[in-house]
Ligand binder design. Structure first.
Ligand SMILES: [Cu+2]
Length: 289
């Protein structure tokens, strides 16, 4: 098809722009007819769809040790699932272009001239607007989701108000958690000062933590309960959680704190109220509140 060209105009970016430039939609349709377009679109869709079972698989492995054992962990898992699935298309298109570049265009060998391409898709307003709107919408959705979830999780962990000051809340069980190189100590101030290297908590009762450190910065991470908070020397940080599933779960240090950081771990036992009472008696404590 012959194309007519206008003589170059001074100060114009594209002096050789044809006057019979096709409509943006036609240019997109034309782009799809190129040999590399279909495989890239196909791989993008395939990877985007694969992200859904992958998200389920990640949750499956996370839940092998009993999670979620609190509503906080429930929200965290939901957020991880949504973020994995929603980021799928972007991961998909990036990997598709990468894979096609490696195995598609990579087939051109030796003196073979590169494939004759059509005009670049850049400068196509429709494509630009579509691409920017789609990615902005995805990002905007994730920002709104993230802010909403953060507010919910803060509420579940009692935010800046202690658990017993929350409306309709039971009296919380107060626990002083202290980190030191390289052990955790849990003190129950309302139980005549019971202290334990493992955490034992009753199910369905709000727990309120006063967290601190005796030496360097540690981080109290009660994995399956979704609790993670810095333990700073000379300061007390607060958080809370209501365990809602019986079982034994992991507690780790989540802040590099020295040579044996990796071994700074213990367990939390979520038990019934009766079992908790007898554990307190066993530890020589007496319920004072
Ligand atoms: Cu530590």
């Amino acid at each position: 098809m012959p194309t007519t060209t206008t003589p170059p105009k001074p100060g114009t970016d594209e002096p050789e722009e044809p006057t019979n430039r096709p409509m943006p939609v036609d240019r997109i349709r034309e782009w799809f007819s190129r040999p590399y377009a279909r495989p890239i679109v196909l791989i993008t869709i395939l990877i985007s769809l694969l992200m859904i079972p992958l998200a389920f698989l990640v949750l499956h492995f996370m839940n092998l040790s009993g999670a979620p054992a609190s509503s906080i962990m429930n929200e965290i898992e939901r957020t991880m699932f949504v973020f994995t699935v929603v980021s799928g298309p972007l991961i998909g298109v990036t990997l598709a272009i990468l894979l096609y570049s490696l195995f598609g265009w990579g087939r051109v060998k030796g003196d073979e001239p590169p494939m004759q391409e059509n005009p670049a898709i850049r400068g196509n307003t429709t494509a630009t607007v579509l691409w920017i709107s789609a990615t902005s919408l995805l990002a905007f959705f994730l920002v709104v989701w993230g802010i909403t979830e953060l507010a919910r999780i803060t509420a579940f962990s009692y935010g800046s108000t202690t658990a017993d000051a929350q409306p309709n809340s039971q009296k919380p069980l107060i626990i002083n958690a202290t980190g030191q190189q390289w052990v955790w100590t849990f003190e129950y101030p309302d139980m005549q000062g019971v202290t334990s290297p493992t955490l034992v908590v009753p199910i369905d009762r709000p727990i309120y933590f006063n967290v601190t450190s005796e030496d360097v910065i540690h981080n109290l991470w009660i994995v399956e309960l979704g609790v993670k908070i810095d333990a700073n020397p000379g300061a007390i940080t607060n958080t809370g959680v209501t365990p809602n599933k019986l079982g034994t779960y992991n507690i780790r240090c989540a802040e590099l704190c020295g040579m044996h950081h990796a071994y700074m771990q213990t367990t939390v036992n979520v038990v019934t109220a009766e079992e908790f009472e007898s554990w307190v008696r066993e530890m020589g404590g007496k319920k004072m509140a």
